[in-house]
Design a binder for this molecule. Sequence first.
Ligand code: GRF
Length: 206
Amino acid sequence: MLKVVILISGNGSNLQAIIDYIQQRRLPISIEAVISNRADAFGLTRASQADIPTQVLEHQRYADRAEYDQALQDCLTRYQPDLIVLAGFMRILGPALVNAFHDRIINIHPALLPKFPGLHTYRQALAAGETVHGTTVHFVTETVDAGPIIAQSSFPITPPDTEETLQARTQTLEHELYPKVIEWYAKGLFQLEKNTVIWHNDEKSL
Ligand code: GRF
């Protein structure tokens, strides 16, 4: 059984997609806990409805990033996770935390990295006149949105696309891609070695 902890800050639509995918396929994956840095994150309600334990660690209650990261590390350690899944977790993880769980933290970013790291990816893509947009799942390293890429999924941008339509289409792809990547990880189809994603067969084709 692969033990997973999922970190969120908000709506948790990716969390829901992961919960549903695991349940529907009866995968040997256990979501041990959902941790949020915001008490009002709707994802906490989704987790409770699925009988998944929740933890709230509000960053405002800590003096600085190092203190917060230590508290988060302590919390994560208690669950002994095989994989930590960032699903809309709007906090940057410091180097100590990233190193503590080296090669076991993944994130989903709403753009085709390395294009458009950071915030407002849809606005950035439209302003740049892009013809394609999408989403990226990657390992988390010390540099934000720059870790080794595991998988991407994309769609064409067509006028009159707006930030809202790009978000809707990107999130639809995210809800398909992220659960699959977690399933592939559970099956040992890929791993991080020396900062490179190593595949053990070609099942990543979507
Ligand atoms: C997703 O679009 C993800 O790419 C980004 O934050 C969003 C989270 O949405 N990191 P949700 O909370 O899963 O609905």
